[in-house]
Design a protein around this ligand. Sequence first.
Ligand SMILES: [Zn+2]
Ligand SMILES: [Zn+2]
Length: 275
Amino acid sequence: MEETIIMAALSTLTSPQLTDITSSILSQTVNHRSRLSSLLCSPSLFSLTFHHLHSLTLTQKTFLISKHLLSSLHDLTRHFHPTTLVPPHPYTTFKHRDLDAALLLIFLCDVHQENPEILETPHTEWREGLSKHFSETVLRQTSIGVHYGGVLLPYVEVIIRCWRFVGMMAGCLVKEGRELAAAPAVVAALQGVEVRRGGEECVICREEMSEGRDVCELPCEHLFHWMCILPWLKKTNTCPCCRFQLPTEDVFGEIERLWSVLIKIGDGALNGECT
Ligand SMILES: [Zn+2]
Ligand SMILES: [Zn+2]
């Protein structure tokens, strides 16, 4: 279901955008595969990463997957709309050790689904079984060929699996209806415009924005007095007029925001096709 919606969202991209997205995902996939492959080939690196992963609490593991998910969502959504652009997020830059742990964790979840008997052996024997499973998966995916679906679909599937995992684990971490401040870097980059025609009111203070005055324009094109919108965005990242969401610095908040951007585009594409 989610696969269909996200693939529908991707289908709205122009052909150069699709080429762009596919090549960036392809190079990322190759990079992740080679990290995972060297990890599985080296007994010492494997045991180091395995023990690092093992030492993490469930909350830390969830956070690791969340960061991975956020950076993938960020990669996907930045191709759609400039307003979803986020300045490089502190959480999406991974330490190598954490990236390896995240890749191994995601791979273990795959194996758990597709080939659980490997994980039933003593974990000192896992590396061999995992390497074999890894080679088979890579061969199978390579034989599908490197075309849009061949690269994008597995990528989208990982995103959806991570999304479900985070939703399940972080459900208790994310409070319903909590308000998040807009990211300060994004607020600092907001543009001012001159009011062309007076008479329109700022919905925050209900006072008129007089002609010629420099006011703040949000990406949704709604206008506000600077002195009204700045304190507002310190409390919440949504536009007072249309609920458009600006980027935040919260990992879970960002996952929800980018996910809903994708779902909205995908839903629109699907409904557009039906009518
Ligand atoms: Zn105002
Ligand atoms: Zn708005």
